[in-house]
Ligand binder design. Structure first.
Ligand SMILES: [Zn+2]
Length: 237
């Protein structure tokens, strides 16, 4: 038994999988098993699925075991195709804004921000996993966080940090796949993948609980794309 990292309600054990289970298994690509079991819990109240297996890990541990040279094997889209698609989406999404200050939170190699810059956007990038990066200063009108929240062992702290970088009428646009309908033994779900660093999996209810607790309302475009804000800015109409 554990306690939900979002709503503090009881979260019994949900299932167990091998550390090497990755998202690429849905494309038929399997890594050899490591023999290291990773248990996940599920909140009885909000449905959050999470593991506590990495709660004691340092940044160096994550870089050694997950975000290492082999990470590209389990997430081949992160190098190029995902940033390219996301940049095009953002340029359209913010097209009514004038001179918006934008941050890509969890921006990895900075590709998305470079592409935004080519599109004339005042874009900045910061990744909490970057050992040498300095957290950005000031506040932002628009923050994107693509495929970030499922990677954090501390969802509340991560979201609080990201929202803390927004100004009063700022918008956080983020992606993470919500899995509201899982079976009582749903560990085969492709998104539950420790090798990808997918250690916190959300439901719409858990996202709503988390953002409401921080004073934000949330809008779901679909199961994967969401937006949090307090007040609609003029450019978002
Ligand atoms: Zn919960």
């Amino acid at each position: 038994m554990s306690t939900c990292k979002v709503c503090n309600e009881p979260a019994p054990l949900y299932g167990v999988t091998d550390f090497n289970k990755s998202c690429e298994e849905r494309r038929g690509r399997y890594l050899p098993l490591t023999g290291v079991p990773v248990y996940y819990n599920r909140c009885d109240a909000c449905g959050l699925i999470f593991t506590t297996a990495f709660d004691h890990w340092s940044k160096a541990d994550y870089l050694q075991h997950i975000y290492n040279d082999d990470y590209v094997l389990v997430d081949p889209d992160y190098i190029d195709s995902r940033p390219t698609g996301n940049a095009a989406f953002i340029l359209d999404f913010i097209k009514k804004g004038q001179g918006l200050r934008c941050l890509d939170y969890g921006g990895g190699n900075g590709t998305l921000t470079s592409l935004l810059g080519e599109g004339g956007v005042d874009g900045h990038s910061w990744d909490p996993m970057d050992e040498e990066g300095v957290p950005p200063s000031g506040s932002f009108d628009f923050i994107s966080a693509f495929e970030v929240l499922e990677h954090t062992p501390e969802p509340l702290a991560t979201v609080r940090e990201a929202l803390g970088l927004l100004n009063g009428r700022g918008v956080l646009l983020f992606s993470t796949l919500t899995i509201d309908h899982v079976s009582p033994r749903g560990m085969d779900n492709w998104y539950i993948a420790p090798r990808n660093g997918h250690i916190t999996l959300y439901t719409r209810r858990s996202l709503q609980a988390m953002f409401a607790g921080l004073g934000y309302r949330i809008h779901h475009f679909n199961d994967n794309l969401h937006m949090a804000l307090k007040e609609d800015p003029d450019w978002l109409s």
